[in-house]
Design a protein around this ligand. Structure first.
Ligand code: GLU
Length: 303
């Protein structure tokens, strides 16, 4: 496994030069783009970590997986999908074009419009503090905290997400008067500091259908995890999800902080940190690492 990881990380590293950090959030633009780490945690209890797997970075859009799971548990399937779809959008994660032109609802919970809508369902019923506790539990990582520099940096550059939130409010998708608190909740969740290892842990929890890999404690309901993994497969890698599914075939979710969470069903969780992003917002090295691991270890879900 270690040799395979080494080769995969080597393939990924060659791509870093072609990627850039997410400078639209200035604090993320300052991150060293050459960092790279991959951690694999298997259902047999083996963990392999290579490279920068203990470096903290912000979870960003990967938090959408957590908010979706919590919303499904607390609000129920019908409330969550009443006004948020399940279809890939084919557009950038922060696009609001189709939301106004051709669809009344956000396409799915993995793009900003869908996630902000879901944040608005959660704010009246669950505190950020509780969400932080849940995140720590799901990632088997008690050290997760809010990165206040990134939080403040994003809040100071929030115009596009604000535009999305007001559009949602105008359409009655989020309750009137809830724009500010929904955005604050959404950005706080995006600003949680994780590691590649925490993502591998979370990936294994999802791979096992929502069960803690060491204690067997149920952390998420099984049918919720099934929905979450399916949406990750179809919508988790921005508007590159289709191509990624063909080449890699592992349900995954990326974030503009450079993280990728991957779930090899029943077998393993994979966490990656590589802050140089491709034009769609996915970790460029991360994509190549996963492609290599999928090929070498036969992880494609249809192989
Ligand atoms: N906080 C980021 C934003 O809303 C998350 C984007 C992402 O990781 O896709 O722009």
């Amino acid at each position: 496994m270690r040799e395979i990881l080494k080769r995969a990380i080597g393939e990924g590293r060659e791509e870093i030069a072609f990627g850039e950090t997410a400078s639209y959030i200035p604090e993320l633009g300052r991150v060293d783009k050459n960092q790279l780490g991959v951690c694999v945690y298997t259902s047999e209890g083996k963990k392999e970590a290579l490279g920068d797997t203990d470096v903290r970075f912000t979870i960003q859009s990967i938090s959408k997986v957590i908010t979706l799971a919590v919303a499904l548990e607390r609000c129920g399937f019908y409330k969550v999908f009443e006004k948020v779809g399940m279809e890939p959008s084919g557009d950038a994660f922060n696009s609001l074009v189709k939301l106004d032109l051709s669809s009344n609802y956000p396409y799915n919970p993995m793009i900003n419009s869908g996630a902000i809508a879901i944040a608005s369902y959660l704010t009246p019923i669950i505190s950020f503090k509780k969400m932080l506790e849940i995140t720590r539990k799901l990632c088997l990582d008690e050290q997760i905290t809010l990165n206040s520099d990134v939080y403040l940096s994003e809040m100071a550059n929030i115009s596009r997400n604000k535009a999305i939130a007001y559009l949602l409010e105008s359409k009655g998708i989020i309750a009137s008067g809830s724009v500010q608190e929904s955005l604050d909740f959404y950005v706080r969740m995006c600003s949680l500091n994780v590691t590649a290892e925490s993502l591998a842990n979370f990936g294994l929890v999802l791979a096992l259908g929502g069960v803690h890999p060491e204690t067997g404690e149920r952390l998420l309901e099984e049918d919720v995890v099934k929905v979450v993994k399916t949406i990750m497969l179809t919508c988790g890698m921005y508007d590159g999800s289709g191509e990624f599914a063909v080449h890699v075939g592992i349900p995954s979710k990326s974030g503009v902080g450079g993280g990728i969470l991957s779930v090899v069903d029943k077998k393993m969780g994979i966490g990656i940190f590589g802050p140089a992003l491709d034009s769609k917002g996915n970790s460029i090295a991360g994509r190549y690492i996963l492609r290599s691991l999928s090929r070498e270890l036969g992880l494609h879900m249809f192989s």
